[in-house]
Design a protein around this ligand. Sequence first.
Ligand code: CMC
Length: 430
Amino acid sequence: MTAHSTSLKIGDKVVDLPVKEGSIGPAVVDIGKLYAQTGMFTYDPGFTSTAACESKITYIDGDEGVLLYRGYPIEQLAEHGDFLETCYLLLYGELPTPTQKSDFDYRVTRHTMVHEQMMRFFQGFRRDAHPMAVMVASVGALSAFYHDSTDISDPYQRMVASMRMIAKMPTLAAMAYKYSIGQPFVYPKNDLDYTSNFLRMCFAVPCEEYKVNPVLSRALDRIFILHADHEQNASTSTVRLAGSSGANPFACIAAGIACLWGPAHGGANEAALQMLQEIGTVDRIPEYIKRAKDKNDPFRLMGFGHRVYKNYDPRAKIMQKTCHEVLGELGIKDDPLLDVAMELERIALKDEYFVEKKLYPNIDFYSGITLKAMGFPTDMFTVLFALARTVGWIAQWKEMIEDPGQRIGRPRQLYTGETRRDYTPMAQRK
Ligand code: CMC
């Protein structure tokens, strides 16, 4: 990181502020001493111009539609890599050698089972609970089951907690699904790869042999790669903020899952599919486009737009291809939802409103159709996102904890409430 400085004039006072440059992307003005020098805060709700940390993990160029994990383009990783290789890359910064990869796979695989008492913990949920509610609770509860990996000052415990979460997320996600449909939990099977194991835990039943479809397994693995990290988005920032207080890693990831659940973030894949189902047929698209453009209507085209991508979301391109592959493999020739999605995309991409605001399909636009075709119910979509994003959250949390300069995150505010006033006794209030 190279540094120079810039000056800022406030009233008649001029302050010198360091400028820091990263390896690529916009430089930042370091305002860390601004308050001490001027008595003023900066104001940026929604963090549109604020870098909250320094990171070496993921880079996005929203104007060019570029996404790099540790420097590697998402397209190359999705085509040539597998999810656990991506996990290794995000966590340790380099692609693994063959020995490192098999050792990593072995370590993750050996942590896939959850404490047997977690089964009883699950029985407390209503069967109709949203699986994201179950995930927030059960991942948070891991800290009550694995006390030996909650000391964040111990690098070994941090590593064990990381392995546990990456390994147990598929098991917990599958349990949340099985519980919701009243089927018995399926234990992990360690001779299967990560994603095939997950598919089996979701769709196998004890009374029948289950054969993993390699095309679907590869497609889902690729979907996991696409979702693995996305720099300082809302849930990742939540994990970092929670972690900055020294909270244990299971609690921090539970906080990230809670944030991801919202429809403006990870919940958009569920919302996008619901929207496509609501539109139903191609002839109703103009009505919905009109609603999306109406300032007095809160309706938005779900799966469209992104805070950072102002060009096509590179993940959406791969997701669209994967969607066609999955439908082809399953012999679904005419999916009305896919017809609606493709026509909606075609119309929106020509429409002045969407063009001018640079609103393009994002990753969630095609993921719902793909996951539905694989057999996942809508309310599991965000759970799959959480499963894949866990490694990104952990890598970012680990990077923060390992930074010797790390401090608790504590934003300030512009106070616009009442100024000081005296308490009025109850009897005198009207
Ligand atoms: N449909 C219609 N209009 C939209 C949409 C949309 N999907 N997205 C943004 N706009 C309009 C918005 O009304 C605003 O118009 P104006 O400037 O006239 O007020 C303008 O575009 C900018 O929108 P914004 O809300 O200020 O942008 P943001 O960066 O705060 O929000 C977003 C980004 C992703 C929350 C938003 O585009 C959105 O709500 N999209 C739908 C939900 C969605 O698909 N989310 C998934 C994001 S990708 C997965 C992930 O990373 O979690």
